[in-house]
Design a protein. Structure first.
Length: 70
């Protein structure tokens, strides 16, 4: 079986897969615990969100191929 990544969470007693997956009995697993963070308090996330919102807003001008300088 090829290596795959499955999303899961820990409920305080056991690790539970977030989506159904037919996992063979006695499969070897490697668990990586990811840091928890709150995106709303991360200044870089706020800056990136604002930048993307500005770049893709209705007020953004259309750039044509003839406007690109080589």
């Amino acid at each position: 079986m090829p290596a795959i990544t499955l999303k899961a969470h820990y409920d305080g007693q056991r690790i539970l897969l977030d989506e159904p997956f037919d996992l063979p009995v006695n499969s070897s697993l490697m668990i990586t615990v990811l840091p928890s963070f709150n995106n709303e308090n991360d200044p870089w996330v706020n800056i990136a969100t604002k930048g993307l919102s500005d770049a893709y807003s209705d007020n953004e001008p259309e750039y044509l191929v003839k406007n690109i300088k080589r």
